[in-house]
Design a protein around this ligand. Structure first.
Ligand code: COI
Length: 356
């Protein structure tokens, strides 16, 4: 299958003019078109691109009741030569396969996945922002659509791709609270998968943290609340004793593509890295001794988001003020320059979208 074979039904009412590209926020605008492919009788059928809008389904679709729904989040960038590339779609596809397998959902081929992304971008090419710090966010989602009330693995699914021009996810440095009561995911659960339920289950504790003035929860291990896991919408990294330290991957942590990329860039930059358990006590000691100099969240949406405050057991600990020479700012710039074509893409991360 090639993008040329994907049928496109174009909208007659573009909403592009309604978008203020200098004030995008995150996820506020969905582009004119969406891609949909259906899975029935054991196979994926030919995708179609159509105007974004409502789709008809019964309220008995299994994903609504039993949670078979997984998604991905990627970004496409317009570089300085006007070319458009998707950042590491192959790695996102590999993660999607792991999420699908965990949720007993059918695999989707890399070819169908990437061709779909490219076809949607080519259709909504005018929606790809060129403003500094912005991107076209790509949201593929697969969910169960068989209409039945019995508790079962669905035999039918939809693969939908939406896109949205976005700016930064966090407008300012974030305040996080170490969670010592609620749990996002335990070892052996679905924590590593990008499934809808992980997000729904996090809303309540995150809402409580927001009421106390925090932006995000810093999740800890489910058994003892002793070790740092991740922070809901992003993985977390610390500069401790001059080294880049991040929690090692477990079945309760999302294997972030930005996390993976930053670890590789840190090595390129000669920054020592450690993927290991990080205890809350170690962070507290790092604050007290002054050895914890940076903390930041990393993710497709969050990119590199400075953490200003970490609340541990009710006490706010402040990180030193961030500066252009900090590791997080230098690595963020390097990532940006690779995506924009200002620096050689030595890892081959940019996937160029073929445009006619
Ligand atoms: C992403 O970074 O793509 C995410 O999925 C985080 C959030 C927007 C759900």
């Amino acid at each position: 299958m090639t993008t040329a074979t994907i049928e496109v039904k174009r909208t007659t009412h573009s909403r592009l003019k309604e978008v203020d590209f200098n004030n995008l926020g995150f996820g506020n605008h969905i582009s004119d078109h969406m891609l949909i492919a259906n899975y029935k009788k054991g196979e994926w059928h030919q995708p179609q691109i159509m105007p974004f809008g409502e789709i008809l389904m019964t309220p008995a679709i299994l994903s609504l009741h039993y949670g078979q729904s997984v998604f991905e989040g990627m970004k496409a960038f317009k570089n300085n030569n006007g070319e458009i590339s998707i950042f590491r779609p192959q790695l996102h596809h590999q993660r999607l396969l792991k999420s699908l397998a965990r949720m007993c959902m059918p695999a989707i081929s890399e070819e169908l996945f990437i061709e779909s992304l490219c076809a949607l971008i080519a259709t909504d090419i005018d929606w790809v922002p060129a403003t500094e710090g912005s991107a076209l966010y790509l949201r593929p989602v697969i969910f169960a659509t068989e209409s039945k009330l019995g508790v079962k693995i669905s035999d039918e699914y939809k693969f939908v791709v939406l896109s949205s021009p976005v700016g930064p996810y966090f407008a300012k440095p974030v305040r996080v609270k170490v969670e010592d009561t609620y749990v996002r995911a335990a070892e052996g659960s679905t924590g590593f998968a990008k499934c809808a339920g992980n997000y729904g289950g996090a809303f309540y504790p995150t809402q409580l943290a927001k009421e106390q003035g925090f932006d995000q929860v810093l999740w800890t291990d489910a058994r003892d609340h002793k070790y740092i896991d991740e922070s809901g919408a992003m993985n977390v990294m610390f500069v401790l004793d001059g080294k880049l330290v991040t929690p090692q991957l477990t079945s309760s942590i999302l294997d972030g593509v930005t996390r993976n990329s930053l670890l590789a860039l840190a090595k390129d930059m000669g920054m020592p890295t450690e993927e290991r358990k990080i205890s809350v006590a170690e962070l507290k000691e790092g604050f007290e001794k002054g050895t914890l100099t940076e903390a930041f969240g990393v993710g497709t949406a969050a990119v590199v988001s400075t953490i200003a405050i970490i609340n541990i057991a009710g006490k706010d600990y402040s990180l030193p003020a961030d500066s252009n020479s900090s590791f997080q700012q230098r690595v963020k710039k390097k990532l940006h320059d690779i995506r924009m074509g200002n620096e050689p893409d030595t890892h081959n991360w940019n996937f160029n979208v073929p445009l006619k």
